[in-house]
Write a protein that binds this ligand. Sequence first.
Ligand code: AVJ
Length: 349
Amino acid sequence: MHPRGLFVSLSAIVSEATSISTSEAVDREARIGLSSAPKTLSPWLFYDEAGSRLFEEITELPEYYLTRTERSIFAAHAEEILREAASSHGPHPSGKLTLIELGAGTATKTGILLAEAVRQQGSVVYQPVDVSETALAEASENILTNIPGVTVRCQVADYTREALPLDRLPNTRTLALYIGSSIGNFTPEDAREVLRNLRAQLLPGDTLLLGTDLVPSAHKTEATLLAAYDDAAGVTASFNLNVLTRLNRDLGADFDVESFGHKVLWNPGESRIEMHLESLIAQSVQLPASDGGTALVFDFARGETIHTENSYKFTSDAVASLLAAASFKVTRSWHDPQCLFAVTLATAL
Ligand code: AVJ
């Protein structure tokens, strides 16, 4: 029999305290971002319940090639990925791999890697880390019913703000998964910081599997990239605009959502897709007083934007130097035939 079971860490129980600090964080973020010039809002604000649902919808859109392509890379190369991770050499005694995943969400693509880990080593411990308790509950239910041999230990945490609550089992190696191009939301400086924090929790010989979206190239046009963030069905537009609906609901702001438009551009100098919300008219928006500050009024000129997201795109050199800056060395990388997306295995030095 393979060990099975669900372990929920203590931090999962403090959801009430977490939700109080979440609405305080939303308030703080809105006050700072909307008072800045140019105006900004942080992408984590997208992911309320409606936004998380819209994101799941995005991942299934014909234009949004990222999720599907990364899944195809896992499907084609899971065996090699897991073998390379298990055999990466270091002073640490080799043993079974434990998989941890940063920002696991509902962990739909991870199943391919977990099933392969069970094939290679008989059983596997999987530690998904995410800020969303509901996403983690869905993830563990899916995995426990579909992949016998996996033990799931959910951890509710914000890996960008707190040290990772990593439980190391004796005589195991860790394979950390940071997939889905999640790293792409960070500026190069913050991305290095996130990977350094992760590296600090690992031992030499442990590995990281990093999923990154790639820059335009011979087989990947700028139009392909833009369409992924500006789909014909308008799901990404709804996802972007939903942040205003959220601020109205959570903070009592009075955004007229209809008078903002979804705007996407490719910034080649910074190597990133940018999403903005553009004010279609001159207008002002009120934010009521809260524990975090006094009532504020934000004036918008016609055509002025709120910068809501960066999604950085990489070359393989850029991936290697980002990893090197956090004391990882590239072991091997895989991409799809069109070079849309890359999956890179790196070893902690
Ligand atoms: C979740 C950050 C990987 O940047 O492609 C999708 C978010 N934004 N469509 C991305 C997103 C608009 C997504 N990441």
